[in-house]
Design a protein around this ligand. Structure first.
Ligand code: NAD
Length: 389
């Protein structure tokens, strides 16, 4: 159970790039990092607009001289201070992730980076190599993966309660971009522009989330080949897709499907992962994150509730309030940031024993997502053909 006690005997000195006052995702980074005292916000290049970024940073309590105009200046100035930052989070549009991650690692910082990690598998490979060389981590904010019941599913599947896995059905299909809202909304505008978002829209922006949840639930399965079909229902978004279907074959003979969409009218998030084995199925929806459906063939449905004593100990480690009281996305993110702090500290101490069994969305998870998107795009653009993974 988490009760606010620090995971480490100190707070890691932390900075941010992006996540400014008008950003969608900046606040949840700060809320999650600061929640349990594992990080303390000391510096930032919070905004593409330096004046706006400094004004915002000071309202967060960051000293004015540590609210920087850009990340290069921040990394250089902080490296020169005895009390400079040790870790940085990157919450900027996708086109900037690779360069900022690389600069941060070269400056000797641990990194938390938004998904998708970068544009190409070659870039992600380079970041993975650089992490190993610099002995620093990149944590990737697949935020939903911090929900406790995903770890309950992982344990139940590992224990064999579902039997051999046959089918994984994944989706993240909302309806908010059913028309060209990007004409009015700055946060959507860059998401449908390949210069800022890379080779895909919903595959990278949405599908990488349930893909990673499924990888967390069933870590042993590897995608062997896939076939993707993608559409731009709002024509001005072409070549980027606002809807995509992917079929996958796994190395154990299982099959999977992914539906990613921003034009699923009326749907709020529609993020679901259903894992079907030869004996039973598990299903988790992000809009009801405190419940996990466990369906055994021939028996009534069981709804497992977060925080209850019958859950696996790994699903209770991060309980903050007990069963019945709903926890949400902010708690899931806080769980991830707590894990990022532990992984950073263990990496600094070169504690390989700890790291070997310790789960968190790491640079390799980021690489897997980027590679999968690349393969989906390759398949779709060749006319929806099977591509080996
Ligand atoms: P946004 O457009 O709302 O905000 C981007 C912020 O970054 C703004 O404050 C902007 O001023 C700042 N910025 C841009 N370029 C910068 C630079 N070079 N230096 C410093 N600041 C800069 O975008 P958003 O919706 O917050 O998305 C940001 C990232 O977060 C994207 O990669 C997106 O995919 C990701 N995201 C992840 C989740 C999740 O669930 N993990 C959810 C939403 C967004």
């Amino acid at each position: 159970m988490i009760n606010g006690t620090k995971a480490l005997d100190r707070s890691l000195r932390w900075g941010m790039v992006g996540g400014g006052g008008t950003s969608q995702i900046g606040y949840i980074h700060r809320s999650a990092a600061l929640r349990d005292g594992n990080f303390v916000l000391q510096a930032g290049a919070f905004d593409i607009d330096a004046v706006r970024g400094r004004a915002f940073g000071t309202t967060l309590g960051v000293a004015e001289d540590r609210c920087y105009a850009d990340y290069e200046t921040m990394f250089a100035a902080e490296a020169a201070r005895a009390d400079g930052i040790e870790a940085v989070s990157i919450a900027t549009p996708n086109n900037t992730h690779f360069a900022i991650c690389r600069a941060a690692l070269n400056a000797g910082l641990h990194v938390v980076c938004e998904k998708p990690l970068c544009f190409s598998a070659a870039e992600a490979d380079e970041l993975e190599r650089l992490c190993a060389e610099k002995k620093k981590i990149i944590g990737v904010t697949y935020g939903y993966a911090g929900h406790q019941l995903i770890h309950q599913a992982r344990e139940m599947i590992a224990e064999g309660l579902l039997g051999e896995i046959r089918i994984i059905n994944m989706q993240f299909a909302h309806g908010f971009h059913n028309e060209a809202v990007e004409l009015q909304n700055a946060s959507t505008k860059w998401r449908v522009d390949p210069r800022f978002v890379g080779p895909s829209y919903v595959l990278g922006d949405l599908a990488t989330h349930p893909l990673f949840i499924a990888e967390t639930m069933v870590p042993k399965l590897k995608v062997k080949r896939l076939l993707c079909s993608r559409q731009s229902f709002v024509k001005s978004r072409a070549p980027l897709e606002d809807n995509a279907f992917v079929m996958m074959e796994y190395d154990n003979g299982a099959v999977g499907t992914m539906w990613a969409s921003a034009v699923n009218c009326g749907s709020m998030h529609g993020q679901k992962v259903r894992v079907i084995g030869e004996k039973a199925s598990l299903e988790w929806w992000d809009e009801q994150p405190n419940q996990l459906r466990y369906e055994v063939q021939g028996q009534p449905v069981q709804i497992l509730e977060r925080g209850m004593g019958y859950l696996h100990s790994r699903a209770l480690e991060e309980d903050r309030i007990g069963g019945g009281h709903p926890e949400g996305l902010f708690e899931a993110w806080s769980n991830l940031y707590r894990r990022f702090a532990l992984a950073m500290d263990a990496t600094d101490r070169d504690d390989q024993t700890f790291l070997r069994d310790f789960w968190y969305p790491d640079v390799h998870a980021g690489l897997m997502g980027v590679r999968w998107v690349e393969q989906c795009v390759q398949s779709a653009d060749a006319g929806a053909v099977w591509v080996d993974c």
